[in-house]
Design a protein around this ligand. Structure first.
Ligand code: DLZ
Length: 170
């Protein structure tokens, strides 16, 4: 139903053609690692439940969320991944770091996705408190790692769909 709020953490299986041969990248920020590692693990589970082989999931850590866009660009350019899932957690502190990092990461991830022409997913929590972040990494608000993985798979499926339409015009 359009406009209805949907919690994608409920997503279980997304059917993809040739899932077994797909390679997917996951970048994980080491800041707030209790949260980001829980999101990473949920993302891996979601990918595997859709048929992605564990050996085809390329996981790499980065120092902080700010490094996610640059690492996503490297991964997209230098590996054969079909999508990059960027996982991070930025928590409001006493300084303005929060605003600068959140904004830069959101813009950077978007830009890499547009430039590289593969899905680059923004799996970055930006919360006021640590507690809010934990609630979204396996707590009462689900796990945003699941949602990030689901978004990557859906965008790959969308690309396949458009490619199919394009082939019909040839
Ligand atoms: C410096 C910093 C701060 C204050 N807070 C966070 C945060 O909440 N989450 C996060 O992922 N990273 C944080 N960082 C680190 C920056 O992302 C980055 O790694 C450093 O500024 C080095 O470029």
């Amino acid at each position: 139903m359009p406009g209805k709020k949907k919690n994608l953490s409920a997503v279980r299986h997304i059917v993809l053609q040739e899932a077994e041969s797909l390679h997917i990248g996951i970048l994980v920020s080491q800041w707030n690692e209790e949260v980001t590692y829980a999101m990473r693990d949920a993302a891996v589970k979601t990918l595997m439940s859709s048929g992605i082989k564990k050996k085809n999931i390329l996981i790499q850590e980065v120092p902080g969320s700010f490094e996610l866009p640059a690492a996503a660009q490297m991964m997209a350019e230098l590996t054969d991944v079909s999508a990059v899932i960027c996982i991070g957690c930025v928590i409001q502190g006493e300084t303005r770091h929060f605003e600068f990092i959140s904004q830069a990461v959101a813009n950077g991830v978007m830009r890499v996705g547009l430039d590289q022409k593969i899905p680059v997913v923004f799996g970055v929590l930006t919360t006021d408190t640590y507690q809010q972040a934990r609630e979204r990494a396996g707590g009462k608000h689900g796990n945003k790692g699941v949602e990030a993985a689901a978004a990557a798979l859906k965008m790959i499926a969308l690309n396949d769909y458009f490619f199919g339409l394009f082939e019909q015009t040839l």
